[in-house]
Design a protein around this ligand. Structure first.
Ligand SMILES: Nc1ncnc2c1ncn2[C@@H]1O[C@H](COP(=O)(O)OP(=O)(O)OP(=O)(O)O)[C@@H](O)[C@H]1O
Ligand SMILES: [Mg+2]
Length: 306
C-alpha cells in the first residue's frame, strides 16, 4: 500500500485575478501531523477543500488513501473528520440533535467517544445550535468530526476564536489523536500552535507553497543566533574582522546579529573577551523566524508577508 495517505501533485485552483492556489505538491505520511500556515487569503482553505473533493482543481490533482480527491471523494469521505473554517450547521434546534444526526449518517452506534469529548471540551450540546457562540460551534464540530474515530483529521483553523484555556483543551484533544496514530492536517494563523503540535509545517503565501519545515530540525538546530551591541565603533569594527556570519548589520547602533555553530560558542566568548560589549542577547530560532527568513529571502520585505 502507498505509504502516503494524502498527496497533492501540482494542485491548482485558479479563481482568476491571481487568486487561488498554484502548483502545490506535497505528500503526507500515515500518522503525520502537518500544519498549514499563511496570511489571510493565502490559499489554506482552498487547498483543504480541494483535498477533500469539495472543489474541482483547475489542473493537477490530489489523492487521499490513493483515491482521487475529485473523482472518488464518496469512497473516502467517511474516513475523514473535517472541521471547516466557516462552520454552518443544518437547521436543527440543538447541538444534541445535530450530533445524533451525524451519528446516524456515519452509522455509528457507540457514542462513548462523543460523550468523552463533550466532557473534556466542557460542551453543553443541548444549547440552541444557531445561538451557539463561535467557540461552542467549533467544539460541536470537533466532536462531530472525531466521534466515529476517523483515520484522517482535517481541521481548518479550528482554534481561531477560542479563549486560551479552551484552545489548550482543544489542542490537547488533537495531540492525543496524533499520539493514537491519526493523520492530521491542521491550518492555523499561529506559528506557536503549529510548532508545538506538528511534525512538519507547510508555508503558503499568495497561493504558492513557499517552504515545508521539519519542526524537529528547527528545534534541534545546531546553530544559534546572537544580537551583539558594542559600546564604541572601534570594537564593533574589530569584531567584524573576525568574520562571523552576519545576518544583520546595524552600524548606526554598533550592532550585529550573527549566527554561530554551537561548537563555536567558546570561540565567540573568547573573541568578545577584550571588546567593550554593551549587550549580547540570544535570538530564539522559531518556526516563525524560520519562515520570516525564507519570506525575506524570497520577497525582500519580511513585514509585508508575515
Ligand atoms: N469560491 C471562490 N471564488 C473566488 N475566489 C475565491 C473562492 N474561494 C477563495 N477564493 C480566493 O482565493 C484566495 C485564497 O482563499 P482561501 O480561503 O483559500 O485563503 P485562506 O488561506 O484560507 O485565508 P483565511 O486565513 O482568511 O482563511 C483568496 O484570494 C480568496 O479570495
Ligand atoms: Mg481559510
Amino acid at each position: 500500500m502507498n505509504k502516503y495517505i494524502i498527496e497533492a501533485q501540482n494542485l491548482t485552483k485558479d479563481f482568476g485575478s491571481g487568486n487561488g492556489i498554484f502548483d502545490l505538491s506535497f505528500k503526507i505520511k500515515k500518522g503525520e501531523m502537518i500544519g498549514f500556515v499563511g496570511t489571510n487569503g493565502s490559499g489554506k482553505s482552498t487547498t483543504i477543500r480541494s483535498l477533500i473533493g469539495f472543489i474541482k482543481p483547475t489542473s493537477g490533482s490530489s489523492r487521499i488513501n490513493g483515491l482521487d480527491s475529485w473523482e472518488d471523494s464518496d469512497k473516502f469521505i467517511k474516513n475523514i473528520g473535517y472541521v471547516p473554517g466557516e462552520i454552518s450547521f443544518p437547521d436543527l434546534h440543538s447541538g444534541t440533535s445535530f450530533l445524533k444526526n451525524q451519528a446516524e449518517f456515519l452509522k455509528l452506534k457507540n457514542l462513548d467517544k462523543a460523550n468523552e469529548l463533550i466532557k473534556i471540551l466542557q460542551l453543553d450540546p443541548s444549547a440552541n445550535l444557531k445561538r451557539m457562540s463561535k467557540g461552542m460551534k467549533q467544539k460541536t464540530a470537533l466532536v462531530a468530526a472525531l466521534m466515529a474515530d476517523p483515520e484522517i483529521l482535517i481541521l481548518d483553523e479550528p482554534t481561531t476564536g477560542l479563549d486560551p484555556l479552551m484552545r489548550h483543551n482543544f489542542i490537547n484533544v488533537v495531540k492525543n489523536e496524533h499520539r493514537n496514530g491519526k493523520t492530521i492536517l491542521i491550518s492555523s494563523q499561529s506559528f506557536e500552535e503549529l510548532e508545538s503540535t506538528c511534525d512538519r509545517v507547510i508555508f503558503i503565501l499568495n497561493g504558492k507553497l513557499i517552504a515545508i519545515a521539519n519542526v524537529d530540525e528547527i528545534k534541534n538546530r545546531n546553530i544559534r543566533d546572537f544580537k551583539i551591541e558594542f559600546n564604541n565603533k572601534d570594537d564593533y569594527l574589530k569584531f567584524k574582522q573576525y568574520n562571523y556570519h552576519i545576518l544583520r548589520d546595524q552600524e548606526q547602533y554598533f550592532q550585529v546579529t550573527i549566527e554561530v555553530l554551537k561548537s563555536d560558542l567558546n570561540k565567540l566568548l573568547f573573541d568578545l573577551k577584550d571588546l567593550n560589549v554593551k549587550f549580547i542577547a540570544e535570538i530564539k530560532y522559531t518556526l516563525e523566524s524560520h519562515f520570516k527568513r525564507i519570506a525575506k529571502e524570497e520577497f525582500g520585505e519580511e513585514e509585508l508577508y508575515v
